[in-house]
Design a protein around this ligand. Structure first.
Ligand code: C5P
Ligand code: C5P
Length: 492
């Protein structure tokens, strides 16, 4: 948990942002919220949208793939060039781009990415890293937006569950038993207090509320279970071999219907199976953990489980339908929700298709000296390379080597890069965000992110140069970390 002074300073900054938003609202000036297209960005936008709506603000929400000069240029024009701009889940890594051509415009940045560059004096920059709080693990951008919303009005405490969805979407459940920790813990307790969330320990299958058990097991990709993930019939056979009753009274049973004894039997069989496939015990143990149940949502729907809710938001964002995700966060359970359910199903099938394709084309994942490279090229859709990269990174033979995945961005002669390392390597001091940023800058691209997960856009011609740079930077980083016995402050 964050120490008291650093968290106090961080909270003061969040309050300053809230005051500025309220002042702008009372002056009648427009507000533009610009957010990132993944689950955390969409939850952040939903929280801000709801808080602004309740405050009676004149506002608009925009969701973008990433920050670049075009995004800033267009945002500056909104509202006749007079609006207050609020960037959520983007901005901190690109303070220089944000500072260009803005004059003395007031800009609020609510972001948990590693800050790069200097904010202008007219910026209000709320970022946990500036106060010694780990933005990759202790709070997400939805969490920061929630703290600001709570300073705007205490009644916004009923939005805390959205910040939990954002944090889980960004895989911040890195504490024991896959709990949320750090500042997220305060937010979880707000969500429990307001009666929206119950915290339980269970098997972490996707679809624990909604799906027949064999489907939920087949949809589980964290960890990826070879021969079961994506294979419904094999999953069904596996459960049959354990004599777990799959149907009762002609109805498929979901994970929520299983007795404790049945769950114990299932976990132990999966654990043994993964070990027999060469996985370490901690990978198998990651099947079990803390579950965040949204108790006010209908049982049997994907909105009831916070991780599934995050997947639904990711699906809308990554398929260009982020407006639906924002609407659902703001409370829409009508047509937006129906449409999002359809998109979620397609998204799941797409991911499964790519994972199977990679299984059939193993040469697409190369082992280099210090990294793995996943050549998605034009075969893997650039919009989902991030999700594919996250999943594949959990099942590599040498977990100490980061995974650098990329796909072609259609019509742009550029690649989208999605890099992942594991938590223990990042905690040792390997900063992937820094490595990707430096390599991108050397190759006329832009990039950055967190120590554990980073991304970039690079001109296609520079692809090999970029990958070689990342490979050697990881090598240099690891060598220096070994020399100083691990941890931090390795200057590049
Ligand atoms: O832009 P943003 O910070 O929201 O995105 C973080 C991305 O990094 C997510 O897509 C998440 O899947 C990934 N991530 C990860 N492991 C972590 C934290 C984030 O793979 N520990
Ligand atoms: O796109 P992906 O999920 O792989 O991104 C991983 C992390 O890197 C995210 O937090 C994303 O916001 C960040 N990122 C960045 N700059 C980029 C691309 C991604 O900071 N150019």
């Amino acid at each position: 948990m964050a120490g008291s002074t650093r968290i106090d300073d961080f909270m003061d900054e969040a309050k300053r942002a809230a005051d500025e938003i309220l002042d702008t609202t009372s002056s009648g000036k427009k507000i533009l919220v610009v957010s990132h297209m993944d689950a955390d960005g969409i939850s952040a936008a939903g929280i801000m949208g709801k808080a602004l709506f309740r405050a009676g603000a004149d506002f608009c929400v925009r969701i973008e793939r990433w920050m670049d000069e075009n995004v800033v240029r267009e945002a500056l024009l909104y509202g006749g060039g007079e609006a207050l701009l609020v960037f959520t889940d983007m901005g901190s890594g690109y303070l220089d781009i944000l500072g260009m051509n803005v004059g003395n415009r007031r800009i609020i940045i609510l972001d948990h990415h590693q800050p790069i560059g200097e904010p202008k004096e007219s910026f209000i920059h709320v970022n946990p890293h500036l106060h010694g709080i780990d933005g990759a693990r202790e709070i997400s951008s939805a969490g920061i937006s929630y703290l600001v919303a709570k300073f705007m009005s205490n009644s916004n405490i009923d939005l805390a569950h959205l910040a939990i969805i954002g944090a889980l979407g960004d895989l911040q459940d890195k504490y024991e038993d896959r709990r949320l920790g750090g500042v997220n813990e305060i937010i979880v307790s707000d969500a429990v207090k307001s009666g929206y969330i119950s915290v339980e320990t269970d098997l972490l299958f996707f679809g624990r509320e909604t799906r027949p058990i064999h489907k939920a097991l087949a949809y589980t990709t964290g960890p990826y279970i070879p021969g079961i993930s994506g294979e419904e019939d094999k999953s069904l056979a596996f459960l049959n071999s354990l004599n777990i009753e799959l149907k009762r009274n002609d109805r498929w049973r979901a994970l929520r219907d299983l007795s404790q004894e049945e769950k114990r039997k299932l976990f132990s069989a999966l654990h043994d199976y993964l070990i027999s496939q060469g996985y370490r015990s901690d990978v198998a143990l990651s099947l079990l953990g803390t579950v965040y149940v949204l108790v006010k949502e209908e049982p049997w729907t994907p909105l009831r489980d916070a991780r599934e809710f995050a997947l639904l938001l990711n699906a809308t964002g990554r398929t260009g339908a982020s407006g639906l995700g924002v609407a659902i966060c703001m409370g829409d359970r009508g047509r937006s929700y129906e449409e999002a359910l359809r998109i979620l199903e397609e998204y799941r099938q797409t991911i499964t298709k790519y994972l199977r394709w990679l299984g059939e084309n193993p040469e697409r994942i190369e082992e280099w000296e210090n990294i793995y490279v996943l050549h998605g090229e034009r075969e893997i859709d650039e919009k989902v390379i991030s999700t594919v990269s996250t999943i594949i990174s959990t099942s590599l033979p040498k977990p100490e080597k980061p995974l650098i995945a990329y796909s072609l961005i259609p019509n742009e002669r550029a690649i989208k890069v999605s890099a992942r390392t594991n938590d223990s390597i990042a905690r040792m001091g390997l900063n992937l965000g820094e490595i990707i940023r430096v390599a991108a800058e050397r190759c006329s691209g832009i990039g950055g992110g967190h120590d554990i997960a980073a991304g970039a856009q690079i001109p296609y011609e520079q692809k090999m140069m970029f990958l070689k740079n990342v490979n050697s930077l990881v090598g240099e980083y690891m060598a220096r970390l070994k020399n100083i016995g691990g941890k931090n402050n390795v200057n590049m």
